[in-house]
Design a protein around this ligand. Structure first.
Ligand code: NAD
Length: 337
């Protein structure tokens, strides 16, 4: 049997990527929707053949508990709403996938993990690149030190045309591009080294201060790992750019573009990566469905989301203190819930 997924928040990622991917999945399918916009109900219901009984709004959402057709709730709302809907879904007895960043505070991340645990349900974060073959290759080559010692550089930026959206509002986004894009660089550095960082130092590099009254426009940071350094940057003020580069003893091991849905490219000191692209979102959701069916270990659990939120918090702490080095010595403890 395919597991039923309900998407919560029918914005651009849910509509543009997740719903189409759910037409390709083998172990799960789009069974329901949760939306605050009445007009979307019939549009989605017609397009994806969703019965009325599987359509919810934010008020009656908790009654999803009584609906056996929904096994998994996938939270695709603005960042500060992730905690509330993840916790309500877990309390309704559903497994949950929550988009990145997991939440806007460490406290919320911990509450979300506890809610899933208390309900005996699984919680995953939408870290699709763990299911992408190019990033997987980067992990394997990096973690096995195939090209020797390395330092890493990673950037992710785009030029945000419309600054009226939730991403530029602190209360909804929790922060600026670090929360939204920089999190991919943090992830990339950790999975390429295969280690946790031990300290961080960061500086705001916002170009046009007046455009960014609530969140940073740009930020640079450096992470120290047991076996090397990572230098990263992210911005809402620059042309689209996203790469993950390990400068190894034998040359560049690089993904560029690294974080996109399609069209990734990888190079190694031995030549181009020759892996076959996949639908990342379909792989990610199928993997979670199989984790539930087989009761197996999740590659991208809530604890990983908590880890990244913790590192992000320390990056902001450093940037707020003129680049002061902040030790991440509590990182192992914070994961040991
Ligand atoms: P979006 O603005 O396109 O969609 C957000 C949805 O939330 C909309 O349907 C909107 O109606 C709804 N919403 C409910 N309450 C809202 C409120 N108070 N303010 C604004 N919108 C409200 O955003 P998106 O790009 O789809 O991002 C949603 C989440 O998905 C974010 O957490 C984002 O980080 C994540 N995301 C992940 C990826 C990925 O590759 N994993 C890609 C894009 C977005």
């Amino acid at each position: 049997k395919k597991l039923g997924i309900a998407l919560v928040g029918l914005g651009s990622y849910a509509g543009g990527q997740l719903a189409p991917a759910l037409l390709e999945t083998e172990h799960c399918y789009l069974a329901g929707i949760v939306t605050g916009t009445k007009e979307k109900e019939s549009v989605w219901s017609n397009k994806y053949d969703i019965p009325k009984s599987n359509i919810y709004n934010y008020e009656n959402f908790d009654s999803i508990a009584d609906n056996d057709a929904i096994d998994i709730v996938y939270v695709v709302l603005p960042n500060s709403m992730h905690a509330e809907y993840t916790i309500r879904a877990a309390k309704a007895g559903k497994h949950v996938i929550c988009e990145k960043p997991m939440a806007t505070s460490i406290e919320d991340c911990k509450k979300m993990i506890a809610a899933a645990k208390n309900a005996g349900k699984k919680l995953a974060i939408g870290y699709r690149l763990h299911y992408d073959p190019f990033n997987d290759q980067m992990m394997k080559l990096g973690q096995n030190r195939v090209y020797g010692k390395m330092n890493i550089e990673s950037s992710f930026a785009f030029n945000m045309g419309n600054r009226n959206q939730w991403r530029a509002k602190k209360a909804l986004a929790g922060g600026g591009p670090l929360m939204d894009l920089g999190i991919y660089c943090i992830q990339g550095c950790i999975y390429t080294f295969g280690e946790l960082p031990t300290s961080v130092s960061a500086r705001y590099t916002t170009i046009n201060e007046k455009n960014w009254p609530e969140v940073e426009g740009s930020i640079d940071w450096e992470l120290t790992f047991p076996s090397g350094k990572a230098t990263c940057s992210t911005s809402y003020e620059k042309q689209y750019y996203g790469h993950l580069t390990a400068n190894t003893e034998k040359g560049k091991l690089m993904l560029s573009p690294a974080f996109v849905y399609n069209g990734l490219r990888g190079t190694t000191p031995d030549g181009p990566m020759t892996v076959k692209p996949v639908n990342q979102q379909a792989k990610q959701m199928d993997a979670f469905a199989l984790n539930i069916i087989n009761n197996s270990k999740i590659l991208v659990p809530g604890e990983m989301g908590l880890r990244d939120n913790y590192i992000i918090e320390k990056i902001y702490e450093s940037a707020n203190n003129d680049g002061k080095e902040i030790l991440l010595s509590n990182l192992p403890q914070i994961l040991d819930l």
